[in-house]
Ligand binder design. Sequence first.
Ligand SMILES: [Zn+2]
Length: 64
Amino acid sequence: MTCDRLVCANCAAPVSEGRCPVCRASRERLQQQEGIFAGLTPAALLALLVALVAVAVLARNLAG
Ligand SMILES: [Zn+2]
C-alpha cells in the first residue's frame, strides 16, 4: 500500500507531500507498515518455521 493517493484530513494535501505534522506522522506509519510486510516474505516465513522446528527438535533431544 502506498500513500500517494491519501489526502490528509488536516491540511487536505496529499499525505505523500508531508506538508503538516499529521501528514508526516501518517507517512512514517505507512512506511513502517510497508517495511514490516516487506520483511515477511514467504521465504522468510518458511525459514522461521524451519528454525522453530529445529529448535523444538534440539530441545527434545537435550531433554533426553
Ligand atoms: Zn496534512
